[in-house]
Ligand binder design. Sequence first.
Ligand code: SF4
Length: 359
Amino acid sequence: MTPPHTAVQLPQLPHLSIAELEAQLAAQGFKTSHAARLLRAFYHRGSLPDLQQLRLPAALPKWISAHWQPQLLRTLHTARSSDGTTKLLLQTADSRTLESVLMPDYRPDRAAACVSSQVGCAMACDFCATTKTGFERNLTAAEIIEQFLALRREAASQNRRLQTLVFMGMGEPLLNLDHVLEAVRRIGDNRLGGLGWRQITVSTVGIIPGIDALTASGLSVNLAVSLHASNDSVRSELLPTGRRFPIADILAAADRFHAARGRPVTVQYCLLAGVNDHPTHAEELAALLKQRRFHVNLLTYNPTGTSLRGHDYRGSTPEAAARFASILADRGIVAHTRRSRGPDIDAACGQLRRRSMER
Ligand code: SF4
């Protein structure tokens, strides 16, 4: 029988930093050198490590077992698509639900993880399913890390290695900056998650103070900026945040990030039929990105039903998408068209969760 999902008490032993665990061990009279080994083993396994194998001094395994909290997230549902995408519906200790996605790479032994940074989202992007359920709360660094560990376990069960991590699930990561940065530090750290910061992409809808804070953090992650429009008028209709942050200012912040960190910037552009996929939009986007070495991802839209403002968005036709991509290519902009992942498992951000809430 599955044990009840117990509320977490502090301190959350598996989610301490190395320095914090060292302090806890020292206070109990144990050697601090066990901290890094213990946490590395936890990140490697994704759960309480095999304490016998670690060859710890006599009293330490007992102390660890007594203070090891249960996992913060439990898996409510696992949906597997015919295209290999796996979506996890996870539940927090306070009974909120969130989504995490594992996407297979074209190499048969690799996979990419997509994690959520918030429960729900306050950004109200009109074409997004997450926004329909509103914003509930920020996820903690520990909850973000547990998504990564759950997806890494899932990848291992498919004989794949988790190679990259993107913050493109539910929520706006740069509005939960402290927790996201802490999670990134630990997941990327060779002594803990071991993924490497360069394998991590933080995606934003264009929160300029957040982009500048990410730049100032010094972390060598990649940045993705969701533009989804080539001018402020179309963007403000699709993304309310567009009224606060004009495209030119967002791109200037992305320039500062690129100059300071030397890491790639990707522009995300979800092609919507009759909304942002006209050739003039492609020309405008090319003009915006001229002189910039940003890469464009043209995304295929996963329909999510009638939007908050009453629109029934449709994805661009393959012909319109190809025309858009070719205009960008003719103007020297590097763009890739990304196909929709897992359309048979509610793969649009927030869709699986919303359907489970409706049920
Ligand atoms: S697209 Fe992203 S930022 Fe916009 S509402 Fe959805 S989850 Fe939030």
